[in-house]
Ligand binder design. Structure first.
Ligand code: AMP
Ligand code: GLY
Length: 423
């Protein structure tokens, strides 16, 4: 009998995680709670239990003889879902609550980085608006203002002027725009350089880095418009040289994993470092305690080893074998509802895609109505393609998108272009 696995989450990230698991010859069944209707096309079984119902999920896992559970999003991790599963005698992959705090509090993450000399932007934490404003005035613009807690990628303002910075401080500290996430702010030096995401499988002090990716946070082409959860990604990132990645592994990932151990907050799960390659070397702009979305939809395409086997080994104390493809690129373009990341419409018809081997569709904000998928969220789906060159992969994605009716939605036309400009 093969493995029975439960994946928690419902976006494109969880779609690709579930799909890679189900493709493994070791795996019999993949359940996803709650998942989305688009995942059913891949044989993933949806479970109608919400990600905050830990007890419901534990009971489901026991009743269905789930071998282990993979937790996709940050919210259940920060709510201690892995602690709860572990207490119930179940295996779950992801950091415990105490370790997930590296994503849950920017202030906590900054303290870890200071203590263990991990390169990051200079910064200071404030509760008081007058003190914060005085600091901004002293530092000058551009400057970065971050709400302390989780804000779904939207709690960061890169202020071009002191006035813009002051407005952001007012929103966070006075108007509670981000609720309790914004009662404390971190003000940070603006870093100049190319951005990239370096993720790793981590088990205590062991760090197994992945192929790097680049996300596109702004809504529109040429990095214009508001910040979003991510509008597309590609991997690897050719303009970031290997020695920078090696340096980031040595100066950032490894000391972070061992620092968390030393703090009594040993981290097991996916550690995501959002980095900027500055002239002084790579520096951290954020840590996440989970896979990135949309990075995962491209990074997992680069994995040559069996994903289910890797997680199984990590959970069971075995030595994992993790091999990455040496050649080729993957590009993923997010299709979002018109209006996203502000108010957007729901109910647009999702096109029916033809089954072409090298292309993949990963669904996120969709639901089934009268037998057809319609949009039901901000980020609706992602189209991914892999090819020998970045250009071919990009062309393949846009060929798919240009061949269908994308009514009610929009997508960026330049995902992957940065990787070609500088070559
Ligand atoms: P975050 O939510 O922390 O990933 O921040 C959102 C975006 O703001 C990042 O993807 C960066 O493009 C930008 N950003 C955050 N911190 C900095 C920084 N210190 N310097 C320059 N850009 C930053
Ligand atoms: N793509 C950025 C994130 O998942 O946080």
């Amino acid at each position: 009998m093969g493995l029975t696995i439960l994946v928690i989450g419902s976006g494109g990230r969880e779609h690709v995680i579930s799909q890679k698991l189900i493709q493994s010859p070791k795996v019999e069944t993949v359940f996803c709670a709650k998942g989305n209707d688009g995942m059913k096309e891949d044989g993933i079984k949806l479970v109608n239990i919400s990600e905050d119902d830990h007890l419901g999920l534990i009971n489901f896992a026991k009743k269905n003889q789930v071998d282990w559970t993979f937790v996709g999003p940050e919210v259940p991790l920060l709510n201690g879902i892995v602690d709860d599963f572990t207490r119930a005698g179940l295996l779950a992959f992801g950091p415990m609550k105490a370790a997930a705090l590296i994503e849950g509090s920017k202030d906590f993450a900054k303290n870890i980085m200071n203590k263990y000399k991990i390169p990051t932007a200079d910064h200071q934490t404030f509760f008081d608006i007058d003190q914060a404003k005085a600091y901004v005035l002293k530092q000058g613009a551009p400057i970065v203002i971050k709400a302390d807690g989780l804000a779904a990628g939207k709690g960061v303002v890169v202020a071009e002027t002191v006035e813009e910075a002051n407005n952001a401080l007012k929103d966070m500290l006075e108007n509670n725009k981000f609720g309790t996430s914004g009662t404390k702010v971190v003000i940070e030096e603006f870093l100049v350089g190319e951005e990239f995401s370096l993720l790793a499988f981590v088990r205590n002090q062991e760090v197994y880095p992945m192929v790097i990716a680049q996300d596109h946070k702004r809504a529109y082409d040429n990095d214009l418009g508001p910040n979003t959860g991510g509008m597309g990604a590609y991997a690897p990132v050719p303009q970031i040289p290997n020695d920078i990645v090696k340096e980031a592994i040595e100066t950032i990932l490894k000391p972070t994993a061992s620092g968390m151990m030393a703090e009594g907050r040993a981290f097991t799960g996916i550690l995501y470092a959002g980095l900027i390659a500055t002239e002084e070397g790579p520096k951290v702009i954020e840590f996440n305690a989970r896979f990135g979305d949309p990075e995962t939809q491209v990074v997992l395409q680069r994995l040559e080893s069996d994903f289910a086997q890797v997680i199984d080994d990590l959970l069971k104390g075995e030595q994992p074998e993790i091999k990455w493809k040496q050649d080729g690129y993957s590009v993923g373009v997010v299709v979002a509802a018109k209006g996203y990341p502000e108010a957007y419409q729901k109910g647009s018809l999702i096109p029916v895609f033809s089954t072409v081997d090298k292309e993949h569709i990963y669904y996120a904000g969709v639901t089934e109505e009268k037998g057809r998928l319609v949009s039901d969220g901000g980020r609706v789906y992602l189209v991914e393609a892999s090819a020998k060159t970045l250009k071919e992969a990009q062309q393949a994605v846009y060929a798919v998108l240009n061949s269908v009716d994308t009514q009610g939605t929009f997508f960026r036309k330049d995902i992957g272009s940065k990787g070609m400009n500088e070559k």
